[in-house]
Design a protein. Sequence first.
Lengths: 317, 281
Amino acid sequence: MNTSFDFEKPIADLQQQIEKVKQVAEKTKVDMSSTLAELEANLEATKQRIYTNLNGWQNVQISRHPDRPYTLQYIEMICDDFIELHGDRTVKDDKAIVGGFATIDGQTVMIIGHQKGTNTKLRQFRNFGMANPEGYRKALRLMRLAEKFNKPVITFIDTPGAYPGLEAEERGQGEAIARNLLEMSVLKVPVLCFVVGEGASGGALGIGIGDKVYMLEHTWYSVISPESCSSILWRSWDFKEKAAEVLKLTAEDMHANGLVDGIIPEPLGGAHHDPQKMAETIKSKILEDLTTLKGKDIDQVISERIEKFCAMGVVLE
Amino acid sequence: MAWFKREKKGIITSTQEKKEAPDGIWNKCPECKKPLHYAEQVENKYVCHYCNYHLRIGSKEYFSVLFDNNEFTELFPALRSGDPLNFNDNKKYTDRLEESNKKTGLIDAIRSGHGKIDGQDLVIACMDFNFIGGSMGSVVGEKIARSIDYCIQHRIPFLMISKSGGARMMEAAFSLMQMAKTSAKLALLSKARIPYISLLTDPTTGGVTASYAMLGDVNIAEPGALIGFAGPRVIKETIKKDLPKGFQTSEFVLEHGFLDFIVDRRQMKEKLATFLKMMNN
Ligand SMILES: [Zn+2]
């Protein structure tokens, strides 16, 4: 079991206790099943209590857990077939965004998502999920391909932000993201978006304009990371917990504010506790929505997509 | 049509505006430090006549530089910010808004007006950097969205003047979604084949660059403006190297293919009028 955060300590302690009791029972051949049952019940109750009462910062930590599934793993678990496609046809192939045609229960779709690495070397290879302009342009190229062949688009969002580098600026990071926002809002196929980890600002939104935008239960989505928010507002990185609270970046807050369409429940403790189950939940949501959206007139779908985003914001007059 | 009445009241003239302006020395040129006289500045479109530095000006000045006789109908002037997140970072957002309003006389970081340039109709939405760093919150997004609707309805070209540090943190994800909103509206403007000119001025960064500022049929900029997605400080910290000279200036962005041209503020009206004529005939 993965118990790596401070707030998970009571769970780890109980798990340790259970192990000990088991060992003692084994050695002494004394029946300790009632003690064990009591501890197991306590463990379940503790897990429930902790995992259903996470604050903003605790959710941010879970969203970054290194054992969480990333796009390619989800594709493997959800899809029957997948052909990865590469390159923006202009500069290069960005490794922080992956994509390609896939089939889900026999239906062809285009899946595009941020990709983080699973070990130190791969994390660098994937640039920690921070895309350059060519990543956003690859995503757009694949979306247009999907549109051409009338295949729905599904995106997986998980990024600490668009990469703030020298070459990124030279090659128009701002323009690349902006172009995607405009093109996605009028893309002539259904678009589903899932925030599966971190949803940091324009780097997330750049593949995030969908008919349905969902957040997994323990993910976050906002205009800035809690760390950067803390450093700007309080001139120090020490207020990230407070920043996570004031930004209202959890799935629950984002849904309550009408900024995402729904919350996808995660296995108790987070997606990494049961990736297969997480994938199945996402898959059934995809199938459900595709059935609904494919039955609708696409012009209607597009105007509802535009109206949804245009209704966001609070102004007084 | 309720807004139509409000609009009429928004008409202001240059004489009314000029009354408040002090005579004599207004400020020093931030670039060459030479003293600039107010009358000279107005005459020279707020460009330093010693070194050609383009002073940071707001919607009031841009409207006076661009609209014929400084006549225009202000659009949606009553829109003001709510506080959807009850945001408080040692200072309440509502207090910050009030202070900014007192300091600048503005209601938010953007104003929009319908007037004429050399006799041709144009809607200009212009950001005000003095209001919380020209940050983009719900009011900025909504006013741009409604201005675009107005342009589509009346078939009038749209000029967006950006001057902003990016999204407004105090509205968090609501600010983020203004990028989506404005870009979606621009898609509709584009479909209607109505010209959209994006003018980027000093500075234009963050979520503004990553949405409407970069989406013009033509993107233009004033000379020497800071234009980028990530701020220079963040990039420097990321790459752990000094940034090359001239990085993220208008000239740099033009060279890399993201601007159509750079225009001196003193020639801006003429150039815009010529472009509109080309589109209109
Ligand atoms: Zn000067």
